[in-house]
Design a protein around this ligand. Sequence first.
Ligand SMILES: [Zn+2]
Length: 63
Amino acid sequence: MSDHVVDPELLAIMQCPACGGELAERPEPPALVCTACRLVYAVVDGIPNMLVDEAVPEAEEER
Ligand SMILES: [Zn+2]
């Protein structure tokens, strides 16, 4: 399986900039989701946008 949205080694050292929580990959649309505060960080071309101001709470995402 090669469905990683970011480099696994990169993901392993990253944490949520808002709360320091663990991040989980989401394949579609590509994003990292904080397992603690549920903020969704978009990933574009393998580069996660870790700006808290641009992250969207999972519950408020439009589908
Ligand atoms: Zn968080």
